[in-house]
Design a protein around this ligand. Structure first.
Ligand SMILES: Cc1cc2nc3c(=O)[nH]c(=O)nc-3n(C[C@H](O)[C@H](O)[C@H](O)COP(=O)(O)OP(=O)(O)OC[C@H]3O[C@@H](n4cnc5c(N)ncnc54)[C@H](O)[C@@H]3O)c2cc1C
Ligand code: FES
Length: 251
């Protein structure tokens, strides 16, 4: 983990209130890890904001983020050539399976870290299914870039405006009944709990990426703790954000 000043190379709007931000500078990270980004050059807001690594290689870092409040509004106003202070990579990412199929499940902005995971799985020669769910078709951003990395792809929307109408977990249920695989999921917590329960029903391993309000981002302030399935607390920033489902969701 290190702190570095990174220049904005590109700030693209890719959906309603959703931006893809490309920064110059390498980062050695595994999929599922995140960075803390300073969104202001003043002390207001003081805290950096956490964002998953959407993609990175030796020369660039890409984030995919949604504007939800003051910090992300400030970030969206940044222009190419401006410098951001970035700390990372932070946290624990997804374990890559040594063999077998992978079923990767995204809910809304939960798709952000899964793009880098799909890259890694493709490079490792894994057979991958990607299931992409969102409220509406408009929220299924960058579908083509995800689809291009996988053998099997399906989408679901709450309002039926694209793909299957209903929760993306219905697609997961069908997928696992056809083909077994290790499940990797990121999205709203109810979706993650549903995915974990479905995976357990098929005796499939399941890894979930969680979110929590964060301050330090490095395990020191205990601002992000959640109860684990065994009743002991976990720090989402340092023990996660990726957990084996059985570690955080009781059976
Ligand atoms: C490990 C991690 C990875 C993340 N990756 C991404 C990502 O790749 N793309 C992305 O768009 N967002 C991501 N988030 C969420 C992102 O950090 C928040 O949306 C952002 O910090 C909001 O800052 P703000 O100042 O704009 O909002 P605020 O004004 O602070 O809050 C606005 C709204 O956002 C909610 N919110 C704020 N922080 C969080 C949070 N940490 N988790 C959930 N809800 C929050 C608040 O409850 C409030 O409703 C991630 C969060 C974590 C913890
Ligand atoms: S944000 Fe400080 S311990 Fe996790």
């Amino acid at each position: 983990m290190r702190k570095q000043a990174m220049e904005i190379v590109q700030q693209e709007k890719v959906g309603k209130d959703i931006y893809r931000l490309t920064l110059a500078g390498g980062l050695a990270a595994v999929p599922g890890q995140f960075v803390q980004v300073g969104v202001s050059s003043t002390a207001d807001p003081l805290l950096k904001r956490p964002f998953s690594i959407h993609y990175c290689n030796g020369s660039r870092l890409v984030l995919l983020y949604q504007v939800t409040g003051r910090g992300t509004n400030l970030l969206a106003a940044k222009k190419e050539g401006e410098i951001l202070e970035v700390t990372g990579p932070l946290g624990r990412g997804f374990p890559l399976p040594e063999e077998g199929r992978a079923v990767v499940v995204a809910g809304g902005m939960g798709a952000a870290p899964l793009y880098y995971l799909l890259h890694a799985l493709k490079s490792a020669g894994r057979d991958v299914t990607f299931l992409y769910g969102a409220r509406t078709a408009a929220a299924l951003v960058l579908q083509e870039q995800y689809r291009s990395l996988v053998r099997h792809y399906a989408a679901a929307t709450d309002d039926g405006s694209f793909g299957r109408q209903g929760p993306v977990t219905e697609l997961l249920q069908e997928e696992l009944s056809r083909r077994p695989g290790v499940v990797f999921a990121c999205g709203p917590e109810p979706m993650l709990r549903g995915a974990a329960a479905i995976a357990a029903g098929f005796n499939s391993r399941c890894f979930v990426s969680l979110e929590a309000r964060m301050a330090c981002g490095v395990g020191a302030c205990l601002g992000c703790v959640i109860p684990g399935a065994d009743g002991r607390y976990r720090r989402v920033c340092a023990d996660g954000p990726v957990f084996a489902a059985e570690e955080v969701f009781p059976a």
